[in-house]
Design a protein around this ligand. Structure first.
Ligand code: GLU
Length: 510
């Protein structure tokens, strides 16, 4: 289905760094928009100035950029429905709130903070701990429903502080069909008279969100499950304005790896994996680590995130962004919470790393390492990457795991020395060294052929000889093909290591 009128938005509040659950919401919005040839919009919801955090907006935009989740319209991009930041739209909202007052769907409330505290305390004393401003209690409060009209006018003219509250109907069932959850029914007796417009002249999230979604022609609201309790109010607001409501889809929560509760910002560094897309330094100096700085590839991160709550219905797991767009549907997003799995995340990372071209890997490795690889030629480095990438999770592992490809080892794996080195091994290595020297074509194929002939000649099993060879050239007990390694090191370096390292290992054994 292609429908250019599909318009979705990701609407974060700049109250801190974007949690990976937020990135997933952005991703699902993006995939849905692209799938339908629609428009993906970024809107910044900053009506709550008390929760504003310096740098959060920049962080959000940068994180999405790193992930490749590119907005078509919105904050930082522009478009026909701007501004895309609610504080810059401030003036727009009041007439809408007043329209609802005129229609009898909302009312002015003059109660001060103290009045409200008093009511809460009284209720507590009467063993009703959860006092709410609602269809029952509003009749004993100071508002335009209880005060005479001229008194209300007087207060407004005086500039007395007020808020505008939604007049929640009594005992009505609100129903709407959520694309992920199916039918949702909530009775209004469980809902309170939410503030729509605040005394500081700012709309609340609820009013601004509805007005913006309507005026920006949003067709589908795809957001986190934490907003599900607000959805009935939103549905009633659309009705109150006599606007068509968008289609709602509430994405499942991200759960801790053990399934016990919501994945929170503190879990990451505690359990050893990032919860944020990129690093975030909080105002108090505390650092929260991000996937980007840990060395994850954005494609792997996004692929992993897509699967936290969605599946394609096939066994395919590796999806490019284009393939994800093709395969994505809200119908295949599950309503059950999705458990984060750090091992699976690393698996995705490994797959993505392996899929990179040798040229890209070499380039990335140079960026990650300092001067260590300065004198290594590109072609050599590329081959080293090809050899080592199967054993790497992050690009720098190619260097740390395969350091012997760049310098003669100074350490020799103690276990292998103990188990695989003896007089016979030494003798065989000295002889094998001569065979290597006699080789004219020093490539992997030839070295292997010669090695097999050597085994036959000596009537030896591979398990007796190959580990000793590996130990001498690399210092390790395990690694990629020894024939490839020797070929890459080249004849001269291989022979020099044979000459120098055999006595060193012998010394270790003594
Ligand atoms: N501003 C809300 C948030 O920070 C967005 C809720 C919505 O998408 O309606 O998550």
């Amino acid at each position: 289905m292609s429908d250019k009128s599909v318009r979705v938005r990701f609407a974060p509040s700049p109250t801190g760094p974007l949690h990976m659950g937020g990135v997933r919401t952005a991703l699902y919005n993006y995939l849905f928009a692209k799938k339908h040839n629609g428009t993906f919009i970024i809107r910044i919801e900053d009506t709550d100035q008390n929760r504003f955090v310096e740098g959060a907006e920049e962080y959000i935009l940068e994180a999405l950029k790193w992930c490749g989740i590119t907005p078509d319209e919105g904050q930082g991009v522009g478009g026909d429905y701007g501004p895309y930041k609610q504080s810059e739209r401030k003036e727009m909202y009041k007439p809408y709130a007043e329209q609802l007052v005129k229609n009898g769907k909302a009312y002015y409330a003059f109660d001060t903070g103290e009045d409200l505290d008093k009511m809460r305390k009284q209720a507590q004393q009467m063993k009703m701990p959860n006092w709410q401003y609602n269809s029952v209690t509003r009749s004993s409060m100071q508002n335009s429903l209880t005060l005479p009209e001229d008194e209300v006018q007087k207060r407004l003219e005086n500039g007395d502080p007020y808020v505008i509250r939604f007049k929640m109907p009594r005992n009505e069932d609100v129903r709407f069909e959520d694309k992920i959850r199916g039918w949702v029914v909530v009775n209004t007796n469980n809902l309170d008279d939410k503030v729509l417009y605040k005394s500081d002249g700012m709309p609340t999230y609820h009013l601004a969100n509805i007005v913006d979604d309507h005026t920006m022609k949003i067709t589908h609201v795809i957001r986190g499950e934490e907003w599900l309790p607000s959805a009935p109010l939103h549905v009633l607001l659309y009705e109150a304005f006599e606007w068509d409501a968008p289609t709602f889809a509430h994405c499942p929560l991200l759960l801790r790896p053990d399934g016990n509760g919501k994945l929170s910002k503190r879990d990451g560094d505690r359990l050893g994996f990032p919860v944020f897309p990129i690093d975030w330094i909080a105002a108090d100096g505390e650092k929260y680590s991000g996937y980007r700085e840990k060395g994850y590839l954005p494609g792997a991160f996004i692929n992993m995130l897509a699967f936290l709550g969605w599946n394609p219905g096939t066994t395919q797991e590796i999806f490019s962004l284009e393939q994800m767009i093709e395969a994505f549907s809200l119908e295949r997003v599950s309503k059950a919470g999705a458990k984060f799995d750090a091992d699976k995340t690393n698996w995705f990372q490994q797959q993505y790393l392996r899929a990179e071209s040798p040229t890209t890997l070499a380039k990335m490795l140079r960026e990650k390492t300092g001067s260590e690889l300065q004198n290594v030629a590109d072609a050599y480095l590329e081959q080293a990457c090809v050899l080592m990438k199967e054993r790497a999770t992050f690009v720098e592992d190619i260097y740390t795991e395969g350091k012997y490809l760049f310098e003669n080892p100074t350490e020799f794996d103690a276990k292998t020395v103990a188990k695989k080195w003896n007089e016979l091994a030494e003798e065989l290595m000295l002889e094998w060294s001569n065979k290597l020297e006699a080789l004219n074509t020093f490539d992997a194929e030839n070295i292997e052929k010669s090695f097999k002939a050597f085994l036959e000649e000596k009537e030896q099993k591979i398990g007796k000889v190959l580990p000793a060879f590996r130990l001498v050239l690399t210092g390790k007990g395990m690694g990629p093909s020894m024939f490839e390694i020797a070929a890459l090191l080249g004849k001269e370096e291989s022979l020099s290591r044979m000459k120098n390292n055999i006595p060193t290992i012998k010394g270790l054994k003594a």
